[in-house]
Design a protein around this ligand. Structure first.
Ligand code: CA
Ligand code: CA
Length: 91
């Protein structure tokens, strides 16, 4: 299996932290950014709840709470992109 030659992308200008940047990763990032309303790189419980409401998911505080706890692996009260990604990929 030969490696594909590197394509010079116009949009993807990041220095590669991970070698394999899949399409879904980019999609996920966009979803993550929608959730992260203040753009600080993490999703708070409030942001999660608001985003879910906007998506038409009416969840109670308790449900959001439970979901948040499941996603927030390191229990620091914020959902990082990594944690978010695990949530999506885990279902
Ligand atoms: Ca945020
Ligand atoms: Ca966390």
């Amino acid at each position: 299996m030969a490696e594909k030659p590197k394509e010079v992308g116009e949009s993807n200008n990041e220095c590669g932290q991970s070698q394999r940047k899949s399409q879904s990763d980019t999609d996920l990032k966009q979803i993550f950014e929608k959730f992260d309303k203040d753009g600080n790189g993490t999703i708070s419980k409030t942001e999660l709840k608001e985003s879910l409401n906007e998506m038409g998911e009416e969840m109670t505080d308790g449900e959001v709470d439970e979901m948040f706890r499941k996603v927030d692996f390191n229990k620091n009260g914020r959902i990082s992109f990594r944690e978010f990604k695990t949530l999506i990929e885990d279902r």
